[in-house]
Ligand binder design. Structure first.
Ligand SMILES: C[S@@+](CC[C@H](N)C(=O)[O-])C[C@H]1O[C@@H](n2cnc3c(N)ncnc32)[C@H](O)[C@@H]1O
Ligand SMILES: [Zn+2]
Length: 165
């Protein structure tokens, strides 16, 4: 998929993924994550007819998700040592760099940052990072030091913090 944005969809370690076509400084907004806002109930219906679609949704609020169907968010892979965070500003979600990123490097975010304790989805991880957690699950299962780091980076929305058991 060609894109006017400074990212492209390319083959990567885990299927297709988003790759930077230019370098990014730390703290740059890379692009908006576009999609349709749907209810948690709608996502439940996706699990029955298209689990892939359900798994691709980004948590957007206490009872809302963003379905990125056909947009770039569909191709955003997870890493346990990510270079990008998902941030919510107003009503929009964005990818933001959390370190300097060279051109041709895959952009990854940590799916756990948008998984509340009430999200049951988990994933066996193949990110290949030395600090890989092997299983991707709720934010509240992360090691305390990583929780503190992500909160300090402003990457954890209140609606995820509020699900703390
Ligand atoms: C939003 S899609 C990303 C695009 C996907 N790689 C593709 O080729 O269509 C999310 C899916 O990619 C795969 N994936 C992403 N990150 C992964 C990882 N770290 N380890 C294993 N699979 C991963 C999983 O199948 C996950 O449900
Ligand atoms: Zn991993």
């Amino acid at each position: 998929m060609k894109s006017p944005l400074p990212i492209e969809v390319r083959p990567v370690r885990n299927g297709r993924g988003l790759v930077a076509t230019r370098p990014f400084a730390r703290g740059e907004i890379i692009c908006e994550i576009k999609g349709t806002i749907v209810t948690a109930e709608q996502v439940w219906t996706y699990w029955k007819r298209s689990p892939t679609l359900a798994a691709n949704c980004f948590r957007y609020g206490a009872h809302r998700y963003l379905n990125p169907a056909r947009e770039l968010g569909t191709f955003a892979n997870h890493s346990c040592d990510p270079n990008v965070g998902v941030i919510k500003v107003g009503r929009k979600l964005y990818f933001k760099s959390i370190r300097t990123i060279d051109a041709d490097v895959e952009l990854t975010h940590d799916y756990s940052t948008l998984l509340g304790a009430d999200d049951i989805w988990t994933m066996v991880c193949n990110c290949g990072e030395p600090r890989c957690r092997a299983k991707v699950q709720s934010f509240h299962t992360l090691p305390p030091a990583l929780v503190r780091r992500y909160i300090r980076l402003g990457m954890i929305p209140q609606f995820i913090l509020a699900t703390r058991p």
